[in-house]
Design a protein around this ligand. Structure first.
Ligand code: CP
Length: 312
């Protein structure tokens, strides 16, 4: 692949190859910078048109650990504010010959459109409610390390499915690797026709969590509910917020996940989120750097030759 735009385009064996490589980067730990110079002399530009803490920081760290020159654009302070279009901004940066563009954008499909206009590798860091492939990959790595496998697991994905690119990418990945995926949420937050993705759907948390190996909570994305129904936080927490009582319906050793940023007391009880015996939320963040290194490592093999290589 030249780009990483979504899980949809990946084969199961490609997902496993990437996770195996990410596992190697985890094993190298902080020593990895001594071993990984795959991106030395390469330029990586991060373009985040939406806020980010985890994704942007981990792409920046991953690039630096692999020797890339990394630049994170402050998009709020860019010429977008003067009316420049996404494509014009991308073409402008493309003219400076970067090797990698990491892009987050509020509109579904915007990153794929941009990838058609530039001649460098593009990684989707989240586009609207469409896909967030590196999040699904880091979630998969976390699950595989904790459960010892990534097939035939029952994974409950709970909450605001309708607005979630994280849910979509995770559903695609977990389904490709033959896991049982159960979606749990209020009817207003479950997209119609979602059953076509090969998932089970329920509106009841206790039913949805029954015998689950993994409980993945999602953020209530009020910023995407333009004009639509917004549930009251108190009512939402009562019905769909994860607490110890609801978690008791899952397997005894079920792990609790959340991609962040997290609304404590809305979709998850704060004490449970901090319980290191159940919650792997910090581990998900840790896996993010390794997964992004692996993704860039694999894409780097297809990057165009550096000028010095052409001259040699
Ligand atoms: N999980 C995730 O994408 O977090 P950020 O929005 O902080 O990058």
């Amino acid at each position: 692949h030249r780009h990483l735009l979504g899980i949809e385009a990946l084969r199961p064996d490609e997902i496993v190859t990437l996770l195996d490589l990410a596992d190697r980067y985890v094993a190298l730990g902080r020593q990895q910078e001594k071993h990984a110079s795959l991106l030395t002399g390469r330029t990586q530009i991060n373009m985040f048109f939406e806020t980010s803490t985890r994704t942007q920081a981990s792409f920046e760290l991953a690039g630096k650990r692999m020797g890339a020159d990394v630049m994170s654009m402050a998009m709020q302070a860019s010429s977008i504010k003067k009316g420049e279009t996404l494509i014009d901004t991308a073409l402008t940066l493309n003219a400076m010959h970067p090797d990698l563009l990491i892009v987050r954008h509020p509109h579904s499909g915007a990153v794929a459109l941009l990838a058609q206009k530039v001649n460098c590798a593009v990684i989707n860091a989240g586009d609207g409610r469409h896909e967030h492939p590196t999040q699904a990959l880091l979630d998969a790595l976390t699950i595989r390390r904790r459960k010892g496998r990534l097939h035939r697991l029952t994974v409950a994905i709970c909450g605001d499915i309708a607005h979630s690119r994280v849910a979509r990418s995770n559903i695609l990945l977990l389904h490709k690797l033959e896991n049982r995926v159960r979606l749990v949420g209020p009817p207003t937050l479950l997209p119609s026709g979602i059953e076509d993705f090969g998932v089970e759907v329920t509106h009841d948390m206790r039913e949805g969590l029954a015998d689950a190996d993994v409980v993945m909570m999602l953020r209530l994305q009020k910023e995407r509910m333009d004009g639509g129904f917004i549930p009251s936080e108190r009512e939402y927490y009562h019905r769909y917020g994860l607490d110890a009582e609801k978690l008791a319906h899952a397997k005894e050793d079920a792990i609790v996940m959340h991609p962040g940023p997290m609304n404590r007391g809305v979709e998850i009880d704060g004490t449970l989120a901090d319980d290191i015996n159940r919650s792997v939320i910090q581990e998900q963040v840790e896996m993010g750097v390794a997964v992004r290194m692996a993704a860039m490592d694999l894409l780097a093999r297809n990057l165009r030759a550096r000028p010095t290589e052409v001259m040699a």
